[in-house]
Design a protein around this ligand. Structure first.
Ligand code: G3P
Ligand code: CA
Length: 267
């Protein structure tokens, strides 16, 4: 299927703000996403999770402990319980010099809030975690994307869905074949990235996402020969960004979208 649909060449390496501009603002909150947009990102990256009462929210960890003042797994919280948690204060404690009063009161945002706030100012790179993946979450996500007119072909470039879970991506591909999907490949499972593996990936995905430590020229060339984009996560140092841009990687996920923006302007 995918074989007949090579991905269009991006004009330049995509700048993808990892959990928003997460070096500068509390990760996965509206301020972090706003900063990502202001710092010249093409996409904001976020991890999708579901509350006990079925709302989709942006949160990286399975537990709320690290990035909020709450305790326990996200799936035990209803949205109204979750909304009572503070998702910014930890950042002020950890990075007092980066604290801004505008962060105060930030909560775990629903995807709905993110789409409403940022609209089509920016693209969305949405990750479905293996642990939270499941047909129910996928169904709700597709429904929400449709409501916000983010799955229409002309606009499909505005949304990427990525996951380490190939079953989840295959299910999404069956339901929304035009939605660009990125198969994330774990640092430890890189194996040989054989032609056979890439051919199978191309059946449902438009690209692969690898740790930058696993990316070299040969792998970029190999992915491109299969019509797959190749995205690098998570790159925070300019020399590495420069090298990857020179090698024509298709996208870079970073906590410092401003640094990547500068690198891209210089090349
Ligand atoms: O872009 C891939 C990257 O987001 C995967 O790592 O742990 O930050 O979700 P993680
Ligand atoms: Ca992620």
């Amino acid at each position: 299927t995918g074989e007949s649909r090579p991905p269009p060449e991006p004009v330049s390496t995509w700048n993808i703000a990892h959990r928003g501009a997460s070096a500068y603002a509390p990760e996965s909150t509206l301020p972090a996403f706003e900063w990502g947009a202001r710092m010249g990102s093409d996409f904001i990256e976020l991890d999708v999770q579901m509350t006990r009462d079925g709302h989709l929210v942006a949160l990286h960890d399975k537990q709320v402990d690290r990035t909020t003042d709450g305790r326990g797994p996200i799936h035990r919280y209803t949205l109204s319980q979750l909304k009572k948690l503070d998702a910014a204060a930890w950042f002020g404690q950890k990075h007092p010099r980066r604290w801004k009063s505008s962060f105060r009161g930030a909560t775990v945002p629903t995807l709905e809030e993110v789409f409403q706030r940022l609209g089509n100012r920016i693209g969305y790179c949405l990750e479905i975690k293996k642990s939270s993946a499941g047909p129910q979450l996928e169904r709700k996500l597709l429904q929400l994307l449709k409501q916000h007119r983010l799955v229409e072909t002309s606009e499909s470039q505005r949304v990427l869905i990525q996951s380490f879970d190939s079953d989840s991506l295959r299910r999404i591909h069956r339901k929304a074949p035009d939605l660009p999907l990125i198969q994330l490949i774990h640092f430890k499972n890189i194996g040989s990235l054989s032609h056979r593996r890439l051919k199978r990936t191309k059946e449902y995905a438009d690209g692969i996402g690898l740790s930058y430590r696993r990316i070299n020229r040969k792998r970029i060339h190999r992915a491109h020969r299969h019509g797959l984009r190749i995205l690098a996560y998570t790159v925070n140092r300019k020399p590495v960004m420069r090298r990857l841009v020179r090698w024509k990687v298709d996208g870079i996920c970073t906590n410092y979208p401003d640094r990547l923006h500068q690198v891209l302007q210089q090349t």
